[in-house]
Design a protein around this ligand. Structure first.
Ligand SMILES: [Zn+2]
Length: 134
């Protein structure tokens, strides 16, 4: 299943490391290694589609239901003031990995986001806090 060169397919198959927040037979969610804010999660359908408009309706439903659940858990785990749920399709829209994914990003009233590379330890610690609330 999936595309040999696609990093998200490799994560789905367990061939590349990730700090997994949630997984079922259709969906996997893991921490972004360059979070906009700590707790930035990517929610990914396990089947490979490049763009949101290629996704069957039932997969869109599962993807966004999972994103909403992770948003709620993230808000609680990290005491966020708000959460962005963002889907980018196409290079022109800012997509960087061409396997459909939804960003779930916590935001704070008093703190501007600053994207940076996180340590593995930090990603694992935050993933564990979110998992506890799912
Ligand atoms: Zn893929």
């Amino acid at each position: 299943m999936g595309n040999a060169d696609c990093i998200f397919c490799r994560i789905t198959r367990g061939e590349a490391p990730a700090s997994v927040v949630y997984e079922d037979e259709d969906i996997i969610a893991f921490m972004d290694i360059r979070p906009v804010n700590p707790g930035h999660t990517l929610v990914v359908p396990k089947r490979h589609y490049a763009y949101i408009w290629e996704l069957p309706d039932e997969e869109v439903g599962k993807l966004f239901v999972t994103a909403r659940r992770i948003a709620a858990a993230t808000k609680e785990a990290l005491d966020a003031d708000g959460v962005r749920i963002v889907q980018l399709s196409g290079r022109a829209a800012g997509q960087e990995v061409f396997h459909v994914h939804v960003h779930v990003i916590p935001y704070y009233d008093a703190k501007a986001p600053q994207r940076r590379r996180a340590t593995q330890e930090e990603l694992e610690r935050i993933a564990a806090e979110i998992r506890k609330r799912l």
